[in-house]
Design a binder for this molecule. Structure first.
Ligand code: COA
Length: 260
């Protein structure tokens, strides 16, 4: 696996951890970091050894404290338009065909909050802080903040955060549904690796189909979503993993899923 300076990749026991590595800049995402992140996700997608990805930030204080503001300062509208037409880190996560867990170890602001929201599950340390402070800079979220936040927390809570740019605690994020679980800071790594290990043991085929169906629920009416689920359910029945799962159950042993 390529070790890029701004994004560190580590693979252990079927779980890949991508660490955004600019701790001196509170892991703010600049263009190089975004490109390295997208490249790393591309490599993990085709690596059959990897079944779950964890995204986190280096150091003790930040997950990702936003886009690198220094890159925005002199950017013209057309420069920004060109940047926005490139593949984004959010797409790389959202469209990734395996489960992605955000391990939120501190400031989770702006782009960082948007990156976390693109992940499937958000586990936060109790010292994490969430917010969409773009409004304070005279801009608005551009990485899904106005779309994913209302879907996660409801329109009123989302607009309260988006209009005020307020920074909320991990506990509050848990209350409104932005974080899925909060653990003491010292236990974050352990808790996330337990969760990732549990998921990594499951059938990769089933995980992939579950993700496809559950993600579709955000963009489809119920009847269409239910039809998609029925089709994918049928597809699951054609897999070796299904045969292995059923056989292991009748033989009273743990299944050994191969992802086929
Ligand atoms: N873009 C660029 N640099 C950033 C950054 C960002 N989003 N967030 C932090 N940094 C840099 C700081 O400029 C500083 O760099 P320097 O040491 O060269 O001066 C370094 O990271 C440390 O930041 P600092 O503010 O000293 O740390 P802190 O722990 O006191 O505060 C934050 C942390 C996250 C509260 C504060 O840095 C902040 O408000 N950052 C901007 C958050 C934001 O608006 N994000 C949305 C962007 S769209």
């Amino acid at each position: 696996m390529t070790q890029n300076l701004n994004v560190l990749a580590d693979i252990e026991s079927r779980v890949a951890t991508l660490t955004i590595n600019r701790p001196d800049k509170r892991n703010a995402l600049n263009a190089a970091t975004r490109a390295q992140f997208i490249e790393a996700m591309g490599q993990l997608e085709t690596n059959d050894e990897v079944r779950v990805v964890v995204v986190t930030g280096a150091g003790e204080t930040a997950f990702v404290a936003g886009a690198d503001i220094t890159e925005f300062a002199d950017r013209s509208p057309m420069d920004q338009f060109a940047v926005m037409r490139r593949r984004t880190v959010y797409e790389a996560v959202d469209q990734f065909p395996k489960p992605v867990i955000a391990a939120i170890n501190g400031y989770c602001l702006g782009t960082g909050c948007e990156l976390a929201m693109a992940c499937d599950i958000r586990i936060a340390s109790d010292n994490a802080k969430f917010g969409q402070p773009e409004v304070n800079l005279g801009i608005m979220p551009g990485g899904g903040g106005t779309q994913r936040l209302p879907r996660l927390v409801g329109l009123g809570q989302a607009l309260k955060m988006l209009y005020t740019g307020e920074i909320i605690s991990a506990e509050r994020a848990l209350e409104i549904g932005l974080a899925d679980e909060v653990v003491p800071a010292g236990e974050l790594r352990q808790r996330v690796s337990e969760l990732a290990a549990t998921i990594a043991e499951k059938s990769p085929v089933a995980l992939r189909l579950i993700k496809e169906a559950a993600r579709a629920s955000a963009r489809m009416p119920l009847d269409e979503g239910l039809r998609l689920e029925t089709s994918l359910f049928g597809l699951a029945f054609s897999s070796d993993d299904k045969r292995e799962g059923m056989t292991a159950f009748t033989e009273k042993r743990k299944p050994d899923f191969k992802g086929r």
